[in-house]
Write a protein of this length. Structure first.
Length: 244
């Protein structure tokens, strides 16, 4: 009826319709507060980090990821070399070939060399790491100092065991700190497994009251080798990811 106030129907010329199903088509309107705009992340999607962060990693920049990967790989090589030394180092034969031993002083000096070189690599790695990770890496370098001092004065297997045990537990705890800091980043589980290896070494040594120097040497080498293989693989993967 003429003059009716009924709302316009889809067939009315005032209301545009969709040519497919006849439903009213959406028309342009001015955006209001709360409407998503182009470039905004979709709801529930991880937002990018601070300015300068590459898209390859939500936590580290490309340079930090590349640097961290290189130093992880270097630490892995050092640890793998130490582990091989614990396997192939000449043993002293006692009564026969089945009774082997190793002097405490020999084990002391080999472990001291590994820890000292490891501390140097940790300090160099900390220079390019983000602040929380830098603190943990420097902490791992610092705990080497008392370990080396204790090893220098260790003359018996129990003293050797105590020095390595304390270092392993402190190093593992700081590795857990790194994992907690980088838990949102890819491959963060490398730090968790490495921490578990060192903490397990500390627990084994803490309860191994009858261990000799050779046994301590072997357990330390096994734990370090496992962590070092992860470091090498994880370091290479981080460098490759930074290049992507």
């Amino acid at each position: 009826m003429s003059g009716s106030s009924d709302p316009a129907t889809p067939g009315d010329p005032e209301t545009p319709t969709d040519p497919v199903d006849g439903e009213p088509a959406l028309v342009d309107r001015e955006p209001v507060d709360g409407d998503p705009v182009d470039g905004d992340p979709a709801p529930g999607r991880f937002e990018s980090g601070p300015e300068g962060t590459d898209s390859v990693d939500p936590v580290l920049t490309g340079d930090q990821l590349r640097s961290m990967g290189r130093w992880m790989f270097a630490r892995g090589l050092l640890g793998f070399a130490f582990g091989m030394a614990t396997v192939f180092w000449p043993r002293d034969i006692l009564a026969n070939a089945t009774q082997l031993t190793l002097g405490v002083q020999t084990v002391d000096w080999v472990i001291i060399a590994y820890l000292a070189l490891s501390a140097v690599l940790l300090v160099l790695a900390a220079r390019r790491a983000p602040q929380p990770v830098r603190t943990a890496l420097l902490g791992q370098a610092v705990v080497v100092v008392p370990a080396v001092v204790f090893l220098l004065i260790a003359d018996t297997p129990p003293q050797l065991r105590a020095a390595v045990c304390i270092w392993a537990i402190l190093h593992g705890a700081l590795e857990l700190w790194i994992h907690r800091t980088l838990r949102a980043a890819p491959m963060a589980s490398d730090h968790l497994i490495a921490a578990a290896c060192h903490l397990l070494l500390g627990v084994i040594l803490a309860f191994g009251s009858d261990m000799g120097a050779l046994t301590i040497f072997g357990f330390a080498g096994a734990a370090v080798v496992i962590a070092s293989v992860l470091y090498m693989v994880g370091g290479y993967s981080r460098v490759a990811r930074a290049r992507a």
